[in-house]
Design a protein around this ligand. Structure first.
Ligand code: PAF
Length: 283
């Protein structure tokens, strides 16, 4: 595996490969990231000739609307390099901020209308403009054939899908299933911030999402289910629920009657840590 830091080193390391399988990350890798890298490696190995697996590790300042969150974001590059190597990454791209934002942090931004504006977009103003901008830049630098994202950040998946569609990026996207701890908590770099007594309560988010999805599939009134779930989360120890909503999984708009392609999405705070997660409604 090559570790590269500049655009020139990156393009030299990728060479003229037939297919480039790309996993963008913000580092502090966990099993969720490793499952994306392994999926990329499987696809790369299935190609003739074999493709190349590229992982980027870049804590993107423009997607943090809270500077304290950016400062507290966990980092451990030596560990990330070893983990990426073990999951069969070929090129580990770890640029610094000036390499990605040569123009400074107030240059052109990519805004994806509609799907980026609700839910996370309301609670984290500017977040998805930062995500779409950095992902567009990384796509231009890496020139992937396939890019891999985790379904845990479902709204992010839809924002990127719309950007790729609207701007004709010549690549395909793969959204991979959320990887969970044995008790159901979705893997996230932010889980490292939990105190043990809070960590024990955190799986209630996934349990409440599943309960909401089951009730929606059974024909319950969706707005009543949402309100009941918010109450259940507060009882379980969550100090604030930003949203709990049953939505169309493509547009992210609230739906009144679940169909195949309905998702329950939520964001809530526990022990000062903001968790997001989602599940499909099993209809
Ligand atoms: O999901 C993430 O880790 C980030 O939002 C991404 C896609 C790497 C862009 O910085």
């Amino acid at each position: 595996m090559k570790v590269v830091r500049t655009a020139v080193e990156l393009s030299d390391a990728i060479g003229r490969n037939e297919s480039v399988h790309f996993v963008p990350t913000m580092g502090y890798l966990h099993d969720g990231h490793l499952s994306l890298i392994r999926a990329a490696a499987r696809d790369a190995n299935a190609g003739r000739p074999k493709g190349v697996v590229v992982v980027s590790s870049f804590v993107n300042p423009t997607q943090f609307n809270d500077p304290r969150d950016l400062k507290a974001y966990p980092r451990d590059e030596p560990r990330d390099i070893e983990l990426a190597r073990s999951a069969h990454c070929d090129v580990f791209f770890a640029p610094d901020v000036d390499t990605i934002y040569r123009e400074g942090l107030s240059g052109t931004r990519v805004h994806v209308p509609g799907v980026s504006e609700r839910w996370e977009g309301e609670f984290r103003p500017g977040h998805f403009d930062g995500v779409a901008t950095v992902v567009a830049k990384l796509f231009h630098l890496v020139v992937p054939t396939v890019a891999y994202f985790g379904e845990k950040d479902w709204q992010q998946c839809r924002v990127i899908a719309k950007m790729v569609d609207d701007l004709d990026f010549p690549l395909s996207l793969k959204f991979c299933e959320t990887v969970r701890e044995p008790d159901g908590l979705a893997m996230s770099s932010r889980n490292a911030r939990f105190r043990p007594e809070v960590r024990a309560k955190a799986p209630a988010l996934y349990e409440t999402l599943r309960e909401g999805a089951r009730a929606a599939a059974a024909g319950g009134d969706l707005r009543t289910i949402e309100r009941g779930a918010e109450h259940a989360l507060r009882v379980a120890g969550f100090e604030k629920v930003d949203y709990f909503a049953i939505v169309d999984e493509r547009t992210l708009e609230r739906t009144d009657s679940p169909t195949a392609g309905t998702r329950v999405i939520a964001a809530a705070w526990i022990g000062g840590v903001r968790l997001i997660d989602n599940v499909e409604v099993p209809v």
